[in-house]
Design a protein around this ligand. Structure first.
Ligand code: UDP
Length: 313
């Protein structure tokens, strides 16, 4: 198969490209390095089934040849980064989605949208099932991400209804693992970087807010199952093991053997207080459930972040 991955140099994108190459297929990856860098794909670039196009998906870059499937992952995903790139974040959900849908229609192939648990905003139900419509502030700072993905979901659904396009929507919950850049701004990489550097862990708010963290290889397994199914979705992909930010801080202190203090900072506006996927749909339709326990995934992530600082500049 020949598969197009937008955001192919990103955290999830680069892992997805690696998995596709590992099973013997061909990948064309597009990325403009807005929130990623070449180091993520360096190990893939020697493979002659890996092709890279440095471009912004919103500019409809010229990609040639036939595709058997498209995965649209391009988008800033860390709150720090989408707040820094608000217009780009909205554009990738609208113009970027338009581009991949047209390409899928030209190729008569399946096209998968990497949507998000942020669709649910600050949810009023727990756990979140796909039939929950969400609680999103349309003009708050996070809306650039939430509404970009909500618009992309609407656009994918409209193309399926109007044109019969073979669309797939997955809603991805918090994901972590090797490859999540230490300066990305998300909680797992921040806490590990801070613990390894002997700095206080920055806890936003009172730390009682919850998240459910999924290890990256589990998540990529779910993406591939969805990509090769016939389900339209939306389907939640994530690990239902829900913990507070304080519990995460404690676990990372324990696993790094660091006794750094906590540094409480103001909570970001509209920071969701709870987040936990109901994954019964993914289990029933795709036969998918995550397998890597949090402590094991964090150990691997810590080892990877340690290896980065061991490399001479
Ligand atoms: N968070 C934190 N300290 C940090 C970074 C994030 O306490 O250094 C909190 C953040 O306020 C949120 C949770 O951790 O409640 C997860 O944040 P992240 O940016 O990883 O992803 P989000 O789920 O908000 O998209």
């Amino acid at each position: 198969m020949r598969i197009l991955v937008t955001g192919g140099a990103g955290f999830l994108g680069s892992h997805l490209c690696a998995a596709i190459l590992a099973r013997g297929d061909e990948v064309v990856a597009i990325d403009n390095f807005a929130t990623s860098d070449y180091s993520a794909i360096k190990r893939l670039s020697h493979n002659d089934r890996f092709h890279f196009v440095e471009a912004d998906v919103c500019t409809a870059p010229p990609v040639t040849g036939r595709f058997d499937a498209i995965a649209h992952l391009a988008c800033p995903a860390s709150p720090d980064e989408y707040l820094r790139l608000p217009l780009e974040t909205l554009a990738i959900g609208s113009h970027g989605s338009e581009f991949v849908l047209r390409l899928a229609e030209l190729n008569r192939c399946r096209v998968l949208l990497a949507s998000t648990s942020e669709i649910y905003g600050d949810p009023l139900v727990r756990p979140q099932r796909e039939d929950y419509w969400g609680n999103v502030n349309p003009i708050g700072p996070r809306s650039v991400y939430d509404e970009s993905k909500r618009y992309a979901e609407a656009l994918f659904t409209a193309h399926r209804r109007a044109l019969g396009t073979n669309t797939a929507i997955v809603r991805i919950f918090n994901t972590y693992g090797p490859g999540l850049r230490p300066n990305d701004g998300r909680v797992v990489s921040n806490f590990i970087a801070q613990a390894l550097n002997g700095e206080p862990l920055t806890v936003y708010g009172d730390g009682q807010q919850t998240r459910s963290f999924c290890y990256v290889t589990d998540l990529v397994g779910g993406l591939l199952r969805m990509l090769h199914s016939i389900e339209p979705g939306p389907v939640n992909l994530g690990n239902p093991n829900e913990i507070t930010v304080l519990e995460l801080a404690e676990t990372i202190r324990l696993l790094t053997g660091s006794d750094v203090p906590l540094d409480f900072r103001p909570a970001p506006q509209d920071d969701p207080t709870t987040r936990r996927p109901d994954i019964s749909k993914a289990a029933a339709l795709l036969g998918w459930t995550p397998e890597v326990p949090l402590a094991e995934g964090l150990e691997r992530t810590i080892a990877w972040q340690r290896s980065l600082s061991a490399v001479p500049a």
